[in-house]
Ligand binder design. Structure first.
Ligand SMILES: [Mn+2]
Length: 235
């Protein structure tokens, strides 16, 4: 995260959104990449996310059931996120039933059929030995490396054709899941904002908080994709 005006604005919207959830109550699943980089040490957590952590803690104290599905930027969790801040962590996504509907909630990375190389890289980055060794780097150094890598991420440079191929491939995956008893598949990661009706279910790609300020909302009957700001006139 950087110190620009747009970053401050984005964070304000996020705080307002989480504050709204704290007022209305319910369950909040955060579907990964909440942080540019989260690497938790035994005794140290990063200060850059203080505002987000604070508002999440407020929501939890107000009774919101807080769940986190780590993404590829914030997988390296210990006791602070897992137990102190969130009620539950779902490292590999989760299948859960809410009001009679079966949800599959996943960050979504590594699901593309052609993503073999990424899946191998991911298994290294999640490997216990790799994590153990990385933890011995000084946090300032460990965070500097990750910040550099994160800046070089190129999700914005995908062609429209590639983005369409991603949706087609993910939709095939979701069709398969929904044939096997899932009603709703929800994922993040792909920076696309899609709501797709399947033969046996429904598929949401949640967009992101960079361009869309978007989130999925389940009222107990209907699941929909919404944008914070579009339904709130206070901005
Ligand atoms: Mn991701």
């Amino acid at each position: 995260m950087n110190g620009s005006a747009s970053e401050a604005e984005k964070r304000r919207h996020l705080r307002d959104f989480i504050g709204h959830v704290a007022e209305t109550g319910g369950t909040l699943f955060i579907v990964g990449d909440l942080f540019d980089f989260w690497f938790e040490y035994k005794h140290v957590i990063p200060k850059a996310y203080f505002d987000t952590l604070t508002v999440l803690n407020e929501a939890k104290l107000n009774g919101v059931d807080l769940h986190f599905v780590p993404g590829n930027h914030d997988f390296w969790i210990r006791e602070f996120l897992d137990g102190t801040l969130f009620n539950e962590i779902h490292a590999d996504g989760v299948t859960t039933e809410i009001a009679g509907k079966r949800f599959l909630i996943s960050h979504g990375d590594g699901l593309l059929s052609w993503d073999r190389g990424y899946r191998m890289l991911r298994s290294v980055l999640r490997n216990r030995l790799f994590v153990f060794l990385y933890r011995w780097l000084h946090p300032d150094f460990g965070y500097a490396i990750a910040k550099h890598l994160s800046r070089n991420g190129n999700y914005n440079h995908h062609t429209p054709e590639y983005k369409r191929a991603v949706v087609t491939n993910l939709t095939e995956y979701c069709e398969e899941q929904c044939k096997n008893g899932i009603d709703y598949v929800i994922m993040g990661h792909y920076h696309q904002h899609k709501e797709i009706q399947l033969e046996n279910g429904r598929f949401l790609i949640l967009g992101d908080w960079i361009n869309y300020h978007s989130y999925g909302y389940f009222d107990g009957e209907q699941l929909s994709l919404k944008s914070w700001g579009a339904d709130h006139s206070d901005d």
